[in-house]
Design a protein around this ligand. Structure first.
Ligand code: ADP
Length: 194
């Protein structure tokens, strides 16, 4: 059984690696960003609620995000495991996830952090802006997303390190090499953050 969280700044490659790990480990990837973008594209009520946050590069309010994930984690396909990509991103979301898992009598197995320096992140997101035209990949919004990550999500590294769940992996290099590092890290000793 595999219950994983992927942590890492915007552009680190969480979405790409979540899909590859999903194939490799045979458990679904659950991406809050993809879910929100799908709702925006379909014009649902949730999509209308979250669009302004996505476009500004700010986090959707915890109450909204937590409800979406709680519902998703109660679906039968994730009973045997999942890879969470982009959740939790705040300490409130950590508490909510702890609660949802405890109610089912399960727990996280690993938290994988994908690291990359800021120059590389900005370079990748600028390239993605050209290739995919995502509304939040413009330079200003990318800068906001990096700042919000540093303020609200980077502290989660310490939280999970303190629980002995954290493995950190270098996100630079070939996609397949990063996947191999992540798979290797699943069997490796946890990282302690001072
Ligand atoms: P990235 O990590 O590259 O910024 P994502 O696709 O993971 O891209 O997220 C895109 C946007 O979706 C975020 O900027 C935010 O507005 C929203 N979002 C995704 N996950 C969360 C979350 N756990 N909490 C709040 N907002 C979220």
């Amino acid at each position: 059984m595999t219950r994983l969280v992927l942590l890492g700044p915007p552009g680190a490659g969480k979405g790409t690696q979540a899909a590859l790990l999903s194939d490799r480990l045979g458990v679904p990837a659950v991406s809050t960003g993809d879910t929100f973008r799908a709702h925006v594209a379909q014009g649902t009520e949730l999509g209308r609620t979250v669009q302004e946050y996505l476009d500004a590069g700010r986090y959707v309010p915890d109450a909204v995000t937590n409800a979406v994930v709680r519902d998703r984690l109660q679906q039968p396909d994730v009973a045997a495991g999942f890879i969470l990509d982009g959740y939790p991103r705040t300490t409130d979301q950590v508490r909510e996830l702890d609660g949802v898992l405890a109610e089912s009598g399960v727990a996280l197995d690993h938290v994988l952090e994908i690291t990359a320096d800021v120059d590389e992140l900005v370079r990748r997101l600028s390239a993605r802006a050209l290739a995919q035209g995502r509304s939040d990949d413009t330079e200003d919004v990318v800068r906001t997303r990096q700042r919000v990550y540093a303020e609200q999500t980077a502290p989660l590294v310490e939280v999970y390190s303190g629980r002995g769940l954290l493995r950190s992996v270098d996100g630079l290099g070939e996609v397949a090499d990063v996947t191999a590092r992540l798979v290797a890290a699943l069997g490796a000793a946890p990282v302690a953050v001072a």
